[in-house]
Structure formats: structure tokens, C-alpha cells
Design a protein around this ligand. Structure first.
Ligand SMILES: O=C(O)C1=C[C@@H](OP(=O)(O)O)[C@@H](O)[C@H](O)C1
Ligand SMILES: C=C(OP(=O)(O)O)C(=O)O
Length: 439
């Protein structure tokens, strides 16, 4: 385990943001399902993306990693879903996206697929899939152990699927990748509010790029999926990650002189919503076609009498948004946060717990964070990532506004999505050194 001592220091400089994990997952999977060669350019080999690469390789895709002009790209020979019988084991590590995208895809390939994983992945929900597999009499055998150990076997049938849209959008994405390859037409009817909808739209966008057409009736919350479709091999460049940029844009709003490059101004990523959230807290966000940066308005960050922030569509940027709200004068309520409890940690409790250690006035009330802004943060020295990459990165940014040294326990968990985060943080002036808490 790696614990890091961080001395108070302001960040200054430009950061070329890491490629989008969500878009990389989608492009790699689509390319692997397309017979022929695709090139996926601008890839970050995070733990989660490696899990997806390994998973698709287990189905028979050939993936070569290349260094090209300081970036990584993948040369992919896709594979036709075939009846050639072979069992396989896929280590999803801690990646919920990998697991939930690949479970339905596994049913396209004859034989059993055993998924294993670690950390909280074994306790994150899979019920929507279990119900579908059971209803179709298909194998869906999960071990009773805490660690993920699940064996599935197809084939899924084309037809009507009903699914909740407020547990995880990833279940829907997994079906959207799989059903177009079946013989007949399918319909997915969402039976609740549809949350994390930006990720669904990302899925539809990437599928369309790779030749798969799906009709999404947003008002009816229904997807119409023609069968017998064929993925087309394509070259694709992954754009910069707004979920990761959120940490550095928020740092800018908190008084750090940081500018982010590599983001698409017209990105379809849902976490571009960080710019709206920061503006709600009285920051000024500047977006050009080359860079994005945020600064507090001259009168300082403020949520006024009360600012309400809706987290239903942007769960990943809530921990960092909560940090900014804790330093914004006035009251902030961040609502619709139930899904934060089923990520790599219970992010609702973890965010409250760690920010309160640093002197923030923050409460969890139901599925809401209630925050009273304070002028500055100071408090306990030891904070914990809860072994969650987004908590570790939020606490790193918190260190730039805390008036004392802090130690972040289990700081290495950033590798799940951003293995170069600490090098980037230091390159911007972060004062980081290893610390041994001895636990
Ligand atoms: O589809 C995706 O790429 C993701 C969907 C989101 O999950 P939920 O849909 O479960 O909110 C998000 O938390 C996750 O980091 C990535
Ligand atoms: C929850 C996340 O990813 P996943 O669901 O893919 O594990 C995340 O990146 O914050």
C-alpha cells in the first residue's frame, strides 16, 4: 500500500489531460467485435482499460499496443462471434464497466465465461443481468465469496428486455453492444428514471461510429435494436477525459493556476457537466478549442442562500464537486446520489467522512450531501482514499487548499483510471513524498 505525505502547495501550469476511460472501453470493445483491423489512438493503459483489453483478447481478438509520438495506440484485429466452443476466464480487476459490458457480450461466444475480480467488484450489483439470465434459463452462477467469481453462458435471445435505469447505465450499455448481433430485433424498455444518461449517449455514439444503428426513444425510455448487424472496423481517436479533468478544473476554481488541454469543447461526455457545477458555485469557466480553465469569480466561490446540484447524471464528479462546495460561501445541497454508494467505495459516506476530517461542514442526509461553506480547511493529518481512485484524486486537490501537511492513505489506487496522476500532480508543483503509516 502507498501512503503519500503532501505539503500545502498551490498548483501551477498546463496539464494535457489523460484519454477518456469511458470512451476507450467503448472503442476497444467495438473494434474487437469488428472483423478486420481497427486502430484506437490515444489510450491510457489504466487498470480498467487493461482489464477490457485482456477481456476482449480472451474472446479471440488480437490487440497490439504501440507507442506513437508519445501516445499509446492499439492495433486491433477483431473477432467474429462464433460457435467455436471454448471456455475462458476473464479478470475484470475492479472495473465495473469491463464486467457489465462484457457479461452480455460473453453470451455471443460459445462456451462458459468465468469472470473474476477484486476489491468491491464482487459486491457491486449484478441483479439486472441475473434476472435476465434466469428468465431465459441461462447459466449465471456467482460464488458466495465476497470476491467476484461468476460463470455465465449464453446465448441470449432477441426480444423484449425490461430493465431499471437507476442502478447502473452499464447494464444497458452491455446489452446495446450485444443485441444488434442477434438474429432478430430487440427492444429494451427502461422501467425507471434513466440515470447516467450521458454514458448511454456515449455508447450510442460509439456504436454508430462502428456501424451499429439503434433507435433511442428518449421520451419513452426505449431502445429499438435491429438484429443481424455487423460491426465495421474503424480508426478512432479517444478524446480527453472530462471525469479526470474535473479534478484540475476544480483545482483552478480553488485558487490553483491550472489550465487543461486535450479536451473537446463540444464533447458528449456527461462529465462535461463539471463546468456547469463550477459555474453554479460562482466560478468562471473559460473554454476555447484548445484549453479549458476555471477560476473563482472576483467575489469568491459562493452558493448563495442555497445552490442545489443534481448528481443523477454525473456520479463520478461528485466527490470533487463536494470539495469545491465545502469552500463556497453559503449552503449547497447535492442531490440524487444513491448510486455513489455502489462504486469502488461508498462515495457518499467516504466523501463526507474525509472532508469532515479536514474541517468541512458536510452531512449525508438520505441520498443527499448537505454542505455549509467554510473559508478554509484544516484538521486531521491522515485521510484515506477508501481504496477508491476518485477519492484519492479529490483528496490530492484538497491538499492544495488545506493549511497543513496531509497524508493520503492508499494513494496508489489512482491507477484504476489514471496511473500517471501523481506524476502529473507533481509536475504542476504538488509537494509529494512517500510516507509509511505502517498499517
Ligand atoms: O458507462 C460508463 O463508462 C460509466 C458509467 C457510470 O456508471 P453508472 O452508470 O453506474 O453511474 C460511471 O460511474 C462509470 O465511471 C463509467
Ligand atoms: C465507477 C467507476 O468505474 P467503473 O464503474 O467502470 O468501475 C469510476 O470510474 O469512477
Amino acid at each position: 500500500m502507498t501512503d503519500l505525505l503532501i505539503k500545502p502547495a498551490k498548483l501551477k501550469g498546463n496539464i494535457h489531460i489523460t484519454p477518456s476511460k469511458s470512451m476507450a472501453h467503448r472503442a476497444v470493445i467495438a473494434a474487437c467485435l469488428a472483423v478486420g483491423e481497427s486502430v484506437i489512438d490515444n489510450i491510457e493503459l489504466s487498470d480498467d482499460i487493461i482489464a477490457t483489453i485482456d477481456g476482449m483478447t480472451a474472446f479471440g481478438a488480437k490487440i497490439q499496443i504501440e507507442d506513437a509520438a508519445g501516445r499509446k495506440r492499439l492495433l486491433i484485429q477483431g473477432v467474429k462471434a462464433d460457435a467455436k466452443h471454448s471456455d475462458r476466464v476473464i479478470d475484470a480487476n475492479e472495473s465495473g464497466s469491463t464486467l457489465r459490458f462484457l457479461i452480455p457480450i460473453a453470451t455471443l461466444f460459445a462456451g462458459e465465461t468465468r469472470f473474476v475480480g477484486r476489491g468491491k467488484l464482487g459486491s457491486r450489483p449484478l441483479d439486472p443481468f441475473e434476472e435476465i439470465f434466469n428468465a431465459q434459463g441461462l447459466k449465471f452462477e456467482a460464488s458466495a465469496t465476497e470476491q467476484l467469481d461468476l460463470t455465465v453462458e449464453g446465448p441470449l435471445r432477441a426480444g423484449r428486455y425490461e430493465m431499471a435505469g437507476n442502478i447502473s447505465s452499464q447494464f444497458i450499455t452491455g446489452l446495446l453492444y450485444t443485441l444488434p448481433l442477434l438474429a432478430g430485433e430487440s427492444v429494451i424498455q427502461i422501467t425507471t428514471e434513466l440515470e447516467s444518461i450521458g454514458y448511454i449517449e456515449l455508447t450510442l455514439d460509439v456504436l454508430k461510429y462502428f456501424g451499429i444503428g439503434i433507435t433511442f426513444n428518449k421520451a419513452e425510455r426505449q431502445f429499438i435494436i435491429p438484429g443481424q448487424q455487423v460491426y465495421q472496423a474503424r480508426n478512432y481517436t479517444v478524446e480527453g477525459d472530462y471525469s479526470q479533468a474535473a479534478f484540475f478544473l476544480s483545482a483552478g476554481a480553488l485558487g490553483n493556476d491550472v489550465t487543461v488541454t486535450g479536451l473537446q469543447a463540444d464533447s458528449k461526455q456527461g462529465d462535461r457537466g463539471i463546468t456547469t457545477i463550477l459555474e453554479q458555485l460562482n466560478a468562471v469557466v473559460t473554454t476555447t478549442d484548445r484549453e479549458v480553465f476555471a477560476r473563482a469569480a472576483s467575489e469568491g466561490l459562493s452558493s448563495g442562500e442555497l445552490t442545489v446540484i443534481d448528481g443523477a447524471q454525473v456520479p463520478d464528479i461528485i466527490p470533487i464537486s463536494a470539495l469545491v462546495a465545502c469552500l463556497s460561501q453559503g449552503r449547497t445541497e447535492i442531490v440524487n446520489l444513491s448510486r455513489l454508494r455502489i462504486k469502488e467505495s461508498d462515495r457518499l459516506e467516504a466523501t463526507k467522512k474525509e472532508l469532515r476530517k479536514l474541517g468541512a461542514k458536510i452531512e449525508v442526509v438520505g441520498d443527499t450531501l448537505q454542505i455549509e461553506g467554510v473559508p478554509s480547511l484544516t484538521g486531521e493529518a491522515i485521510v484515506w482514499s477508501h481504496k477508491d481512485h476518485r477519492m484519492a484524486m479529490m483528496l490530492a486537490i484538497a491538499s492544495t487548499v488545506v493549511e497543513q501537511d496531509i497524508i493520503i492513505k492508499d494513494a496508489e489506487y489512482v491507477s484504476k483510471s489514471y496511473p500517471t496522476f501523481w506524476q502529473e500532480f507533481e509536475s504542476l508543483g504538488g509537494q509529494v513524498s512517500e510516507w509509511h503509516l505502517g498499517e
